[in-house]
Design a protein around this ligand. Structure first.
Ligand code: AMP
Length: 214
């Protein structure tokens, strides 16, 4: 199974991608996670991407296409994969098509998770990440906790720069302008399944599995 999880930042793509990755035993490939790891390790890529990410802009297409090409040819992607956060521009979508053609893959489906923008702003502004392991929690999940429930490091929660309200608004604007056309691109190919992202994680996951089984 080859899936592309599509939706505005904060709509819950990453969470759903993780659940699907476990259920279908295929890798979850998040370009945001790959870039954050590079920033954390201050690699050449990380140094270039950091400032762009912090202001809510997009990392150049050529860089992203190179990252995805290197990742999709790894052996763990042979039986399928879930893309999360890529493609984010029509240019990336065209490059992905070309790459999949070369790999003789033609079963890619796009799952469009949609939600109200104000709900997204509220959700993202309520997220906190662990400085050590990067796992994300809602404020209510870590209330009164001084230890990360995932990696047990102490007092390491922070609001990611790109989750601050002014940056979220910028990311939503970039999404509308640069990324929404990707949906139209795949709609024309008849490869889109749409699911309402409003609701709790399990609800959305059920809706998603239901839509996939049709
Ligand atoms: P995400 O966690 O998917 O929201 O990604 C965080 C940030 O990484 C985005 O706001 C972009 O700056 C950058 N990024 C992730 N994926 C891409 C992509 N496919 N193209 C360009 N920039 C990306």
């Amino acid at each position: 199974m080859r899936l592309l999880l599509f939706g505005a930042p904060g709509v819950g793509k990453g969470t759903q991608a993780k659940l699907l990755s476990i259920k279908f035993n295929i890798p979850h490939i998040s370009t945001g996670d790959i870039l954050r790891e590079a920033v954390k390790n201050q690699t050449e890529l990380g140094k270039k991407a950091e400032e762009i990410m912090n202001r809510g802009d997009l990392v150049p297409d050529e860089v992203m296409i190179g990252i995805i090409r290197d990742r999709l040819i790894k052996s763990d992607c042979q039986n399928g994969f879930i893309l999360d956060g890529f493609p984010r521009t029509t240019k990336q979508a065209i490059a992905l098509d070309k790459l999949l053609d070369e790999m003789n893959i033609n079963d890619l489906k796009l799952i469009n998770i949609y939600a109200d923008e104000e709900e997204i702003v509220k959700r993202l502004n309520n997220r906190r990440a662990c400085k050590e392991c990067g796992k994300i929690f809602t404020l209510s999940e870590i209330q009164d906790k001084d230890e990360c429930p995932n990696c047990h490091s102490r007092t390491s929660f922070y609001l990611r720069d790109d989750d601050k309200e002014e940056v979220i608004r910028k990311r939503l604007e970039v999404f509308r302008k640069n990324t929404e056309p990707v949906l139209t691109y795949y709609e024309k190919k008849g490869k889109v399944i749409s699911v309402n992202g409003f609701g709790d994680i399990e609800d959305v996951n059920k809706k998603l599995l239901n839509a996939l089984s049709k």
